[in-house]
Design a protein around this ligand. Sequence first.
Ligand SMILES: *[C@@H]1O[C@H](CO)[C@@H](O)[C@H](O)[C@H]1NC(C)=O
Ligand SMILES: *[C@@H]1O[C@H](CO)[C@@H](O)[C@H](O)[C@H]1NC(C)=O
Ligand SMILES: *[C@@H]1O[C@H](CO)[C@@H](O)[C@H](O)[C@H]1NC(C)=O
Ligand SMILES: *[C@@H]1O[C@H](CO)[C@@H](O)[C@H](O)[C@H]1NC(C)=O
Ligand SMILES: *[C@@H]1O[C@H](CO)[C@@H](O)[C@H](O)[C@H]1NC(C)=O
Length: 302
Amino acid sequence: MGDLGFVIAMAIIFSALNSNVIEGRSMMKSMHLSWGTQRSGFLQPSGVDDVTLLLDPVSGSGIQSKDQFLFGTLEMQIKLVPGDSAGTVTSFYVTVYANSVFSFINFFYRAKHNEIDFEFLGNVTGEPYIIHTNIYTQGAAGREVQFYPWFDPTKDYHNYTIRWTPSHVVWFVDHIPIRVYRNYLDDGIPYPDLDKPMRAYSSIWNADSWATRGGLDRINWSKAPFVAKLRKFRARACKFQGSTSVANCTAAAAAACTTSELGLDDQNQMELIRNKSLVYDYCQDYEKYLGLLPGECFQRQY
Ligand SMILES: *[C@@H]1O[C@H](CO)[C@@H](O)[C@H](O)[C@H]1NC(C)=O
Ligand SMILES: *[C@@H]1O[C@H](CO)[C@@H](O)[C@H](O)[C@H]1NC(C)=O
Ligand SMILES: *[C@@H]1O[C@H](CO)[C@@H](O)[C@H](O)[C@H]1NC(C)=O
Ligand SMILES: *[C@@H]1O[C@H](CO)[C@@H](O)[C@H](O)[C@H]1NC(C)=O
Ligand SMILES: *[C@@H]1O[C@H](CO)[C@@H](O)[C@H](O)[C@H]1NC(C)=O
């Protein structure tokens, strides 16, 4: 490629990146309350950029991003419910939902849906939360990996980050990678659709039938309301603006890919966390899969 070709290519790459990347707008500008109790909402006294999500006997609550994205890094700072949080689940995830009036269309979307999750499973006072990660790829679920937090997630805000590119998905906690799911579509292993945008969501709800010690510890409603705090949603991501965005966002992700592979330091940090804090990995669950683990478990994970 000649110099001019190179300059033009770089200009296209940068315009693709610049026109689409959204960084750190206020929560109020980037998200809206999508469901739940009237008492949840945006708190903005003097420059504070917080969202309070409430769970009470009436309802849980949730927010969603106004924009849809195709690839990028999405981050939320979360301070989880303190004290007795058994039976509660707080989440930060990206997914695509159909909002059609035709329920069969919604049903189809759900059946084939893509989702990348952080879920925080509460516990009784003094016992540890579980950081539960999962991915739904074209409808295929059951790919859970869980960790105990190596800090008190209720005392302060921590960063929970989902990086989603055409080649892999990485979950980070405080900028430490804890899990990677690579694209092995060429080997017939499902991966989130490369042409479907997703929105970011955060919510709190009652999951006491399964969340804490498999449902043994139920929600103690006399402790309600349960409050999770969120702030500083950041999307260093490609904003989806219709079908032309597929090419633009894919180009932007390719242009950023030099920084998207995990370096040796990152791999080492991830191994340390896995050695220290791993609770469950579906790739080790021979019982569940009757010995037939999913294909990606036999591939390089990161
Ligand atoms: C979260 O990320 C922000 C921005 O990068 C950083 O300033 C802050 O120290 C991080 N918090 C933790 C607990 O790592
Ligand atoms: C809650 O605490 C118990 C006892 O320490 C532990 O076995 C469990 O993994 C913890 N977390 C959840 C979400 O159940
Ligand atoms: C629920 O919380 C109340 C108030 O703190 C406490 O008195 C009660 O023992 C708790 N119930 C259970 C089952 O832990
Ligand atoms: C996609 O990129 C082209 C240039 O490569 C630009 O002209 C166009 O406006 C971009 N479209 C969107 C939706 O960003
Ligand atoms: C993790 O544990 C394995 C097996 O015990 C060990 O070989 C490896 O060195 C550990 N990794 C780190 C980064 O500590």
